[in-house]
Design a protein around this ligand. Structure first.
Ligand code: ZN
Length: 78
């Protein structure tokens, strides 16, 4: 049973490491205390929950850039 817990914790750790690694590719994006993709509260240094949020954010940002609009702090502009 404890093995399962260990594996779960290891996966969380790997996800955090992957998220930190993903952020290294985007040094311009500041940590804001929550996930840039889903706004989940996070530790101050973390920008994404995990690799999924990081890659989803990148995909969404790329789509918005193609549409001629960048995601900013004015999410409620409409
Ligand atoms: Zn997230």
């Amino acid at each position: 049973m404890s093995d399962e817990v260990d594996i779960a914790e290891e996966n969380i750790e790997l996800n955090i490491l992957a998220a930190i690694e993903a952020c290294r590719h985007r040094p311009s994006l500041p940590a804001k205390g929550s996930c840039w993709f889903c706004d989940e509260p996070l530790p101050a240094m973390q920008k994404f929950c995990d690799r999924d949020c990081a890659s989803d954010y990148e995909a969404e940002e790329a789509a918005l850039a193609r549409a001629g609009r960048r995601r900013g702090n004015d999410l409620h502009a409409e």
